[in-house]
Design a protein around this ligand. Structure first.
Ligand code: ACO
Length: 406
């Protein structure tokens, strides 16, 4: 199973060796059958299926089933799975009290970390994670309820009443309904926008052992409650070097403000004495165009066409920045291409989704990947608690000095 350049450290470990690999640049933490990335060639597969085919022909429920169960569902399995997720999309009414405990201007990601974590106190069946039935119970509830929690974190922010899920909508439409409908006005999903949103969900559903997924696995490796583990994943995703990049991209575009100032920011991005980085560019694994970015770029143009927004100054600025960065020697030589978040940020802004919700939407899309990866780990009888080693660089042994002699 292991390729020629892979050393199985389990045998070396027994003899007292360990690898020192900050940032896990070349250390695998697990084996997995779920997602495969070829960063050099810019390829991504879920359970062997190319992401391009899934984005074009599938939908989020089917992709979720595939990630969780390993195979595409047949019609009957798909209907049953979709009905289960739809049926559980309401959250317990008591959770509304937890929302109300937050400051009204709390960031949606802060609310999500708290509310998803609090679900661990609601679903006691999930506590015994050695039972596959309990794991499935938790996985279904997380997949079903995280969109409701994400949409409500926005509603709470803007002071509108929470909108309950509607069973006639599909997963993507339902989220848009809970975001945009009010008790006074229904929301009728625009099919081009709903399709674009569904694509965002499919493209972000899993991405092997990234920071947030590794966090979920590490937290889960001790047998912890899955709702708490997913809350940990949400916390990890929030950072601007990970899921926070789409929000940071739009913030950066707002700061640049005008096409005439792009040069100044490109100069800053190249300056090694300046910590500024061009947000939405570069990726740890892809050293070629991120295949998700290529799909999202196409979707981005479809959405801008549909909404007649190609001439909007912010979108013009984004497209100009993309052009300059794709031609600039600094970015080309370092293979720093626009990543999926660069385009998904533009799409979501065009759809009227506020910047502060971008990462929350990433979290709701990634929830299925987290639960699939967590379940894979928990089903493996050989899996161990995650416990990285360290290279100690601190002081040598020394004797305690009483405070009056220091
Ligand atoms: N702007 C300017 N320079 C950059 C950028 C950037 N966005 N990204 C990398 N570089 C430069 C580095 O300074 C370095 O240059 P050097 O060789 O002259 O020292 C070189 O490119 C390699 O960069 P690394 O730091 O080795 O790349 P790493 O793999 O550690 O980081 C990361 C990847 C975190 C994604 C980085 O490219 C970045 O910060 N990008 C902006 C944030 C972003 O968009 N994150 C989203 C990731 S996608 C996702 O989570 C779905």
């Amino acid at each position: 199973k292991l390729g020629p350049s892979v050393i199985d450290i389990r045998s070396l470990g027994k003899h007292g060796y360990f690898t020192y690999d900050p940032g896990f640049l070349s250390t695998a933490s697990c084996d997995s059958n779920i997602t495969y990335i070829d960063g050099e060639q810019g390829l991504l597969f879920y359970r062997g299926y190319p992401i391009e085919q899934l984005a074009e022909h599938s939908d989020f429920m089917e992709v979720s089933y595939l990630l969780m169960h390993g195979e595409l569902p047949n019609a009957e399995q798909k209907t049953k799975f979709t009905n289960t997720i739809t049926r559980h999309s309401m959250v317990h009414d008591q959770l509304t009290h937890i929302f109300r405990g937050f400051r009204r201007d709390a960031h949606p990601m802060a609310v999500m970390v708290g509310v998803v974590g609090s679900m661990s106190a609601f679903y006691h069946e999930a506590i015994d994670v050695s039972d596959p039935k309990n794991r499935e119970f938790a996985a279904h509830r997380l997949l079903a309820k995280v969109p409701t929690i994400a949409a409500w974190s926005y509603k709470y922010n803007i002071g509108q009443p929470f909108m309950y899920p509607k069973n006639r909508f599909n997963y993507a439409e339902n989220f848009m309904h809970m975001m945009f409908a009010t008790p006074c006005e229904d929301y009728e999903p625009n099919p081009v926008l709903a399709k674009a949103f569904e694509r965002i969900l499919i493209l972000h559903a899993d991405h092997e052992q990234n920071a947030s997924t590794s966090t979920v696995r590490l937290a889960g490796s001790s047998g912890a409650n899955p709702f708490a583990c997913v809350a940990a994943g949400i916390a990890s995703l929030w950072g601007p070097a990970h899921g926070g990049a789409n929000e940071a991209t739009l913030k950066m575009l707002e700061e640049i403000g005008d096409v005439s100032r792009i040069g100044e920011y490109i100069k800053r991005a190249k300056d090694k004495t300046d910590s500024f980085r061009l947000m939405g560019f570069g990726h740890r694994v892809y050293r070629n165009m991120d295949p998700r970015a290529a799909i999202m770029r196409q979707t981005c143009h479809q959405v801008l066409d549909e909404l007649g927004l190609h001439d909007d100054p912010m979108f013009k600025l984004a497209l100009e920045l993309e052009k300059i960065a794709l031609e600039d020697e600094y970015f080309v030589s370092r293979q720093l291409y626009p990543n999926v978040d660069f385009y998904s940020g533009i799409v979501m802004r065009a759809m009227g989704i506020p910047n502060s919700m971008f990462t929350a939407i990433f979290a709701l899309a990634r929830t299925v990947g987290w639960v699939a990866q967590w379940n894979e780990m928990m089903s493996d009888p050989g899996s161990k608690i995650g416990r990285p080693r360290q290279l100690y660089m601190g002081p040598e042994r020394r004797d305690f000095v009483p405070i009056d002699q220091r």
